[in-house]
Design a protein around this ligand. Structure first.
Ligand code: DGL
Length: 266
């Protein structure tokens, strides 16, 4: 049994936690939502790196055997520093799935919706430079979407209108594939389908990220727990509110004895 830390600027990483509980249920989880500081996507690279490192150090201190940086923005700006600071713990990051998208696109036109910080990061641009020249990537920052998702407005007209305006250049370019480069965005899948239809292929890397986590904890020879998982929720804003969001967004919703929540100023 491993204790796995999962961290995001807010509730976006719950899309990864959901998949982790599906693939690797016999482990315990600590989820840290830095909702007091979300969104990260419009902050400086230095701020994101320092804050992400601080949170991962906290997760290591409370005994996490592995940490998932369930945030594309934090991965882009901080993962190297986190790995340097915590060399004995597997640190798994998330990156926009532009590689699988380039392989799956039929017409070679791929939309990438991510935060401004991710799109302008050296890490993302280095990854982009390794991909075949024949593919055209239409990059779009999803400004304003994360605060709406944090506020629970995943199905409102306001969110639909903002999302439609961000998707317009991607739609107009004729993309047949869309990369969701922010872990908050899978919660907008129903709206994305309303706006773009079913034809467009949506790439979200949660499954692959959790497969990688599984390989890493296996390598550490950690044995599965005999009891169902326990989930500790920590929020820098409001632990109770995070608990409510987990009940709404994690599928199937964890039963009460499995889950505890707290508000933590870090
Ligand atoms: N969920 C995050 C990501 O994957 C961060 C979004 C934000 O806080 O701006 O990029």
């Amino acid at each position: 049994m491993a204790q796995i830390g999962v961290f995001d600027s807010g509730i976006g990483g719950l899309s990864i936690l959901n998949e982790a509980l599906r693939q690797l249920p016999k482990n315990h989880y600590v989820y840290f939502a830095d909702s007091a500081n979300a969104p990260y996507g419009e902050r400086s690279a230095e701020w994101i790196a320092q804050r992400s490192l601080k949170i991962c150090q906290h997760l290591a201190t409370i005994g996490c055997d592995a940490i998932v940086v369930a945030c594309n923005t934090a991965t882009a700006e901080a993962i190297r520093k986190i790995r340097e600071a915590l060399p004995n713990i597997p640190i798994i990051g998330v990156e926009p799935g532009i590689k699988p998208a380039a392989m799956q696109s039929q017409n070679g036109i791929v939309g990438v919706l991510a935060t401004e910080a991710t799109l302008s990061s050296d890490k993302f641009n280095a990854l982009l430079a390794t991909l075949p020249q024949h593919c055209r990537f239409v990059k779009q920052a999803g400004a304003g979407l994360v605060p709406l998702i944090e506020a629970g407005k995943t199905h409102t007209i306001e969110t639909q209108q903002l999302l439609a305006s961000h998707l317009k250049p991607i739609q107009e370019a004729g993309a047949d594939t869309l990369v969701l480069g922010c872990t908050h965005y899978p919660f907008l899948n129903p709206l994305i389908e309303t706006i773009l239809g079913k034809q467009i292929k949506v790439i979200d890397t949660s499954e692959a990220v959790v497969r990688q986590l599984g390989r890493q904890i296996q390598e550490k020879a950690l044995v599965d727990s005999k009891t169902p998982y326990q989930l500790l929720l920590k929020s820098s804003l409001d632990g109770k509110k995070l608990h409510n969001r987990v009940d709404q967004l994690i599928n199937p919703s964890p039963v009460d004895h499995q889950i505890r929540s707290e508000t933590l100023t870090l």
